[in-house]
Design a protein around this ligand. Sequence first.
Ligand SMILES: CC(C)(COP(=O)(O)OP(=O)(O)OC[C@H]1O[C@@H](n2cnc3c(N)ncnc32)[C@H](O)[C@@H]1OP(=O)(O)O)[C@@H](O)C(=O)NCCC(=O)NCCS
Length: 170
Amino acid sequence: MALTARVVVDAMTPDDVLAVHEIERLSFAVPWPPHAFEQELRGNRLARYLVARAGGSVVGFAGIWLMVDDAHVTTFGVHPDWRRQGIGRQLMLNLAELSIAIGARQMTLEVRVSNQGAQALYRSFGFEVVGQRPRYYTDDGEDALVMTTPPLADARMRAVLDAERRRQAE
Ligand SMILES: CC(C)(COP(=O)(O)OP(=O)(O)OC[C@H]1O[C@@H](n2cnc3c(N)ncnc32)[C@H](O)[C@@H]1OP(=O)(O)O)[C@@H](O)C(=O)NCCC(=O)NCCS
C-alpha cells in the first residue's frame, strides 16, 4: 500500500500492543504474545519500545534493551502492507538516536542468515557481522548472524546517522 500519511515515530504505549502483536504475527514464525509486550512496557526498566504511526495506525515497531553499554535490538518489524517505503529506516534512525540518548556505546542485534533484506537495512546503518550463533532460532534451527555498529560516538557512525537524517528530511 502506498503511504499517503506522514509517518511519525513515537514511544510504544500499552494501547499499541494489539496492533504491534498483529504485525509480529504477520512477520515472525514465533511472535511474542501481547502480554510479553505489556510486561516489557510496564516492568522492564532497561527496555525501550517505539512504534511508527501513519494516519493513526501502527505500521511498524522496534525495541531495545540497554545491556550495560550495549543497545540490543530485541524486535523490529514493519507491517507487510507498508514495507519498502522507508519506515524501517525511520525506525532504525530513531532507535539509534534513542540508544545514544540513553547512553549506549553501540548497538547489537541478531538476524536470520537468510534475512537479506533486514541485513541490507542494518548494513546501511553501519552494522557489521561480528559472529554467528548456530541454530539460534528455535522454530527451524536457522543460524543467526550477530551484527554490531561501531561506537555510536565515532565519526564514522555520526556520519552515517547524519546522512540518514538528511535523506529522511528530503
Ligand atoms: C526488515 C524490515 C523491518 C524492513 O522494513 P521496511 O520498512 O521495508 O524497510 P525500508 O523500506 O526502510 O528499507 C530500507 C532498506 O532496507 C533494505 N531492504 C529492506 N527490505 C528489503 C528486501 N525485502 N530486500 C532487499 N532489501 C531490503 C533496502 O536496502 C532498503 O533500502 P531501499 O528501499 O532504499 O533499497 C521489514 O522487511 C520487516 O518487517 N520484515 C519482517 C520482520 C523482520 O525480518 N524483522 C527483522 C528481524 S532481525
